[in-house]
Design a protein around this ligand. Structure first.
Ligand SMILES: N[C@@H](CCC(=O)N[C@@H](CS)C(=O)NCC(=O)O)C(=O)O
Length: 202
């Protein structure tokens, strides 16, 4: 199984989950230029990471990759057995992938979205405010909990990944004590440390 990634980008979540399974895997770093070349586009027509290649099966989209890895490795217990348990994980994975990640896209890609410096500043400010609202939901959910869906799951590495982006982009989460403690806990985890090291991030 091979994971294609850009350092610190969303494949970090899949990378941590691969570490948590304890199974062997390969990593392939891709340059931003290579993402848009025919060889990579044949794997992922969006020219984006992550892509997971498992034999003759090529899988894109973080949420699908995370669940696929979890389902292949049931003993790692990263996806609950009950419908409600799985729904709870998907609720928080959806917040990270479909809401928080998408809103960060306005900040990372602002120059390609709107033209003038004033419009760019406005979009960044509005997106930062929206991120505050979105992260506040996770902050509330983490009250009295170690993991975002109650038990450790594939949603936790995604939440960790977007928290790293919040710090990189100076999104002020200093008053969100549960999220700060969650990020610190994740950084004590040996699988997280191994993924960060492999991506040159610690
Ligand atoms: N919906 C996709 C989004 C993937 C995505 O946005 N990947 C980013 C990195 S976090 C990327 O490859 N950006 C490079 C580019 O689009 O040029 C997923 O969840 O996997």
């Amino acid at each position: 199984m091979k994971l294609y990634y850009l350092p610190a980008a969303c494949p970090l979540a899949s990378h941590i989950v691969l570490e948590w399974t304890g199974q062997a895997y390969e990593l392939q770093q891709v340059s931003r230029e290579a993402l848009k070349q025919p060889a990579y586009l044949a794997l992922n027509p969006l020219g984006a990471v992550p892509t997971l290649v498992d034999g003759d099966f090529i899988l894109t989209q973080s949420a699908a990759i995370l669940e696929y890895i979890a389902e292949l490795n049931p003993t790692a217990k990263l996806l609950p057995e009950t419908p409600r348990g799985r729904a709870e994980v998907r609720r928080w994975l959806g917040l990270c992938n479909a809401d928080i990640h998408r809103t960060f896209g306005n900040i990372f890609g602002v120059q390609g979205l709107v033209g003038t410096p004033e419009a760019q500043q406005e979009l960044v400010e509005k997106s930062a405010a929206k991120l505050g609202t979105l992260f506040a939901l996770a902050e509330q959910q983490l009250e009295g909990k170690e993991w975002i869906a109650g038990e450790r799951s594939v949603a936790d590495p995604y939440l960790y990944t977007v928290l790293r982006w919040a710090d990189a982009k100076n999104i002020d989460l200093s008053n969100m004590k549960n999220l700060r403690a969650f990020k610190e806990r994740m950084e004590q985890d040996s699988g997280v440390q191994a993924a960060l090291k492999a991506q040159g991030l610690n």
